[in-house]
Design a protein around this ligand. Structure first.
Ligand SMILES: [Zn+2]
Length: 350
């Protein structure tokens, strides 16, 4: 299966800091409307695209969640020289802020650079210390009066990086989690005959604590749940065999657990069986640090949901150079479609 890189690029590059997902949400609504029976947006901003099951007398609901937000920043202060101070929205490794371009989303989009103290003027002690996010500021190259025409405290800031292809991989900012947004949209296109009613949910504010998925699952009250998110591929120099979590190009990853969820053993088994039946390459995923929307999907409905997750192996996670393999992306689409079409063929009571 070919991956539509042009669409993936558009979805990855658009802005959507946690709590400020409007631009990516508008794009998602435009893309899913022709593919769904109904599209709703809840008060928190989650987009819920419903596709009815063809043979679903009990009205069973499957929630599929992919978060739309990306890690970003919020402006906290504009100083007398026009430099911005900021707070992080989501988990950053401070050293990855060095030498980055960002876009401040005020009345007008303005390019900024992440400034910090040059090594030439650092003391020996400062050189030996790891940077903190508070060591950085955003330089817009403008005096305060000019900056204040466009930017206010509270404006969101996102990272600036284009999607490129490298070998069989794609590389961009926000592969976490726009690759899953892309997979869910591509699955809706291919989904002919879903077993149960599918609630394709594009959630907000995952990167600050699974806030959107919690609300959406509460509203949908699903019987079954599948979250879609990136996971660590630590298949790089220096990694021990047992530390890799997943490897690029080795197929879609079936989540067994992450730090916030133990996936339902039946969902894990159903996914493995479905993948094997359809000859889809897969690898198991156990992530001992970090949570995903799986937690909200599993626990926020009235009786909980039988839930699991399909994960996309990704190198350099939470950096602007996140990398995923096109084959793993294609395998993830295939597995999601197969699971949604065959969910009624599994004995969930065993
Ligand atoms: Zn994510």
């Amino acid at each position: 299966m070919d991956v539509n890189v042009k669409l993936l690029k558009q979805i990855c590059e658009i802005a959507g800091a946690p709590g400020f997902e409007k631009r990516v949400r508008d794009l998602v609504i435009e893309l899913v409307t022709p593919l769904s029976d109904e599209v709703k947006v809840d008060n928190l901003g989650n987009v819920i695209a419903v596709k009815k099951g063809k043979k679903n007398p009990d009205g069973k609901r499957v929630m599929v969640a992919a978060h739309m937000d990306e890690i970003g920043f919020i402006v906290t202060h504009i100083d007398d020289n026009g430099f911005l101070r900021f707070h992080t929205l989501g988990g950053f490794d401070p050293k990855t802020l060095t030498a980055q371009r960002v876009i401040v989303r005020g009345k007008k989009d303005l390019i900024g650079v992440m400034g910090s103290k040059p090594i030439h003027v650092m003391s020996q002690e400062e050189r030996n210390k790891l940077p903190k996010t508070t060591d950085f500021f955003i330089d817009l190259g403008m005096p305060k009066e000019e900056v204040e025409k466009y930017i206010s405290v509270g404006d969101p800031v996102t990272r600036d990086r284009e999607l490129i292809e490298m070998g069989d991989c794609v590389n961009c900012k926000s592969i976490d989690n726009r690759v899953a947004v892309f997979i869910l949209i591509e699955a809706l296109k291919k989904l002919k005959n879903p077993a149960y009613d599918v609630y394709a949910t594009f959630t907000v504010q995952e990167e600050v604590g699974i806030r959107g998925a919690n609300v959406a699952a509460h509203g949908i009250n699903p019987d079954f749940g599948i979250a879609l998110d990136t996971t660590i591929a630590f298949d790089v120099p220096g990694a021990q065999a047992h530390e890799k979590v997943t490897e690029l190009g080795k197929g879609t990853a079936i989540k067994i657990m992450d730090a916030m969820t133990i996936c339902d053993y039946r969902m894990v088994e159903f996914m493995k069986q479905t993948a094997d039946k359809k000859k889809i390459t897969w690898q198991p995923e156990i992530l001992t640090a970090g949570g995903t929307d799986t937690a909200g999907v599993q626990r926020m409905g009235k009786q909980g949901a039988i839930a699991g997750a399909i994960s996309i192996p990704t190198r350099h996670l939470h950096q602007v150079i996140e990398m995923a393999h096109k084959k793993d992306i294609a395998d993830s689409i295939s597995l999601l479609v197969a699971c949604l079409e065959q969910m009624d063929s599994y004995d969930w009571k065993h």
